[in-house]
Design a protein around this ligand. Sequence first.
Ligand SMILES: [Zn+2]
Length: 172
Amino acid sequence: MKRVIVLVISAAYWALTLGGRLASRNQYCVVLYYHGVSAKTAKAFAEQMAWLADRFEVVRLSDALTPRTRAAVCITFDDALENLLTNAIPVLTRLELPATIIAVSRNLAKPPQWEMTPGHAESNERTMSEAQLHILPHELIDVGSHTCTHPHLPRLSKEDVRRELCDSKSDL
Ligand SMILES: [Zn+2]
């Protein structure tokens, strides 16, 4: 009898643990991190977004840490490159997918002024202007704070890191 009770308790424990594991497996949120979407990659991007929209709950970045029972995805774009306006925003709007564009607050409306690897594909791409950031469809698209000038943060002092992060937010 004792053995049967132990067996029943073990089986229940196993079932609960497995159930717990299965539930937590679905609670993750993956944050996807894009840069620009060029004319060359626009078709692949549109296909990726349709694939995501079919399979996952796509949530705003501000909801990334909300507990959930279904796997979720956040879409982000680093550096606010202008080509998103023609090659990404229309796709996101059509599929009603939220996303966050992370702008370098003192590098608007010009190519990146920060250090890039020589020949980087995006070194001549313009970033969005202030006016372009304003006209984004904000019911779907959030603007996130990057830094002011996109420095290599490990090289800066604590105070300069704080200034880059805080001033970028107040600029925006
Ligand atoms: Zn960046």
